[in-house]
Design a protein around this ligand. Structure first.
Ligand SMILES: Cc1cc2nc3c(=O)[nH]c(=O)nc-3n(C[C@H](O)[C@H](O)[C@H](O)COP(=O)(O)OP(=O)(O)OC[C@H]3O[C@@H](n4cnc5c(N)ncnc54)[C@H](O)[C@@H]3O)c2cc1C
Length: 434
């Protein structure tokens, strides 16, 4: 069996390197690796032995992933950005075989059976990919389209959709947003009408990440005419069914290597057994699913923010103005110190929320705060750092301009800043009753 094979490979890999003793369930595959990554970009938190939430196992997992990133992804990022798409099936197969698409998913379904802190570690490491689009696409596959399926789906559904998604054999997407409903998820209009033992689905989804390449969609649809929080279900929808139309691939400001689709459903027949968990619980499951999505997104961007600060330090150290490096101007190095301080604060919040989450606590408020702060800080940091690159910052050739474009999404996607504020206010009991 593939899982056992992976575990054996891991055993070999770690014994060979005389590295760490991992539990045998961790199937991180041995690869022939390139040069080691540049440690100059490691954050303060990463180089500390005594870490708040990470053990040596987390660091080993990150190190293995970093080698895949350096070898299989980063050399091609510029090409995929220019092409407006990356080869999801190829990259997911590499990541899935190595075990990185299901670190916190059950072992019996191909996952590594670890807790969510390992997903956070993976998300952080993926922040070393030199663009935002590919990490986002990977996150959709590993932590956005599958948490509800893993937690509430039937064994049959998990076998059909979860296992191949974790192994990288199927590409997943998540269909929540619609042309007329993004922030207000309760107002979606896509309908799944029960006819015998099938649903007939009509409607459409907007902004679907991985949408042009996906094999299945975790679809949120109305399955009854009841109240908006009780009439929705999550359904595993194969994308090759008759009546599923990819209307177009959407052109975007950033995240170029990630394909984003508009999808229509025209009398699509799906077996009722494809519903995840209980019919009518889709809204609740999706809200739960969002917590992991938001923490994942924050974990991913803190690493990129570290990298952008480091890139900016390197550039401004060698770029001279008025006979001294740009960096030596106090306004510049003080500003970078302030930004790095803000990143560390955000990272602390992320680790705090993660630590509570893996103990089984509801971290909706903290996850929303982290997502809000992450989006705002990314905008501030992207703009602030880009300024110190002068004209170079305005070219497409430098990571800072890509970050400036890509990171703008964090204040909009997975719940806009204002949606995060509304959730926080709800927990603070300051939202006026309508
Ligand atoms: C690149 C990209 C990838 C995406 N991937 C996916 C995906 O894979 N699957 C998916 O389902 N969706 C996806 N989305 C959709 C994304 O989640 C939505 O764009 C987001 O939820 C916002 O919804 P909207 O665009 O409809 O904005 P709207 O709901 O129209 O909101 C517009 C603006 O109103 C403001 N606003 C919102 N609520 C309030 C409030 N209470 N008070 C005051 N102002 C408010 C916000 O500033 C918001 O940006 C993606 C979007 C993008 C751009």
């Amino acid at each position: 069996m593939a899982l056992r094979e992976g575990a054996l490979r891991l055993h070999f890999y770690y014994n060979r390197r005389n590295f760490l003793k991992f539990p045998s369930c961790v199937s991180v595959r041995s690869l022939s690796y390139n040069e080691p990554s540049n440690p100059a970009t490691a954050s303060v938190a990463e180089i500390t032995d005594d870490h708040v939430i990470y053990t040596q196992q987390h660091f080993a997992l990150k190190e293995s992933l970093r080698k895949i990133i350096d070898q299989e992804i980063n050399p091609y990022v510029d090409q995929w950005e220019a092409e407006g798409k990356f080869p999801a099936h190829k990259i997911f197969k590499i990541l899935g075989t190595a075990g990185f698409l299901g670190v916190n998913k059950p072992v019996e379904y191909g996952g590594l059976g670890l807790d969510f802190s390992y997903s956070v570690a993976v998300a952080e490491e993926l922040g070393n990919i030199r663009c935002g689009g590919i990490p986002m696409a990977i996150g959709v596959q590993s932590d956005m389209a599958t948490p509800a399926l893993a937690r509430f789906g039937s064994a049959e559904l998990k076998k059909e959709f979860l296992v191949p998604t974790i192994m990288g054999d199927k590409v997943a997407c998540i269909g929540v947003s619609e042309v007329g409903a993004g922030s207000d998820v309760s107002s979606i209009i896509t309908k799944a009408v029960r006819k015998g033992d099938e649903y007939v689905i009509n409607g459409g989804k907007m902004w679907t990440t991985n949408g042009t390449q996906a094999d299945w969609m975790c679809l949120l649809a109305n399955t009854s005419d009841g109240p908006p929080h009780r009439n929705k279900s999550l359904i595993c929808l194969p994308m090759n069914l008759p009546g599923v139309h990819i209307a177009r691939k959407i052109d975007k400001l950033g995240m170029w290597s990630s394909d984003t689709a508009e999808v229509f459903f025209d009398d699509v027949h799906v077996p009722c057994k494809n519903v995840i968990g209980l019919e009518g619980m889709g809204f609740t499951y999706q809200m739960l699913q969002f917590q992991e999505e938001r923490l994942w997104a924050v974990a991913n961007i803190v690493t990129t923010m570290d990298n952008i600060i480091q890139d900016t330090i390197q550039y401004t150290r060698q770029r001279k103005i008025f006979k001294q490096p740009v960096l030596y101007h106090q306004s510049v190095h003080f500003r970078l110190a302030e930004l790095q301080t803000e990143v560390e604060l955000l990272r602390s919040l992320l680790y705090h929320a993660t630590a509570l989450y893996i103990k089984g606590n509801d971290v909706t408020k903290l996850a929303s705060m982290a997502k809000l702060k992450g989006g705002r800080l990314a905008r501030e940091l992207g703009d602030g750092c880009l300024q110190y690159w002068g004209g170079m910052g305005f070219t497409s050739d430098v990571p800072v301009s890509r970050f400036y474009r890509d990171s703008r999404l964090l204040s909009i996607g997975a719940g806009a800043d204002e949606v995060m504020l509304a959730i926080i206010c709800k927990y603070m009991d300051t939202l006026p009753n309508k």
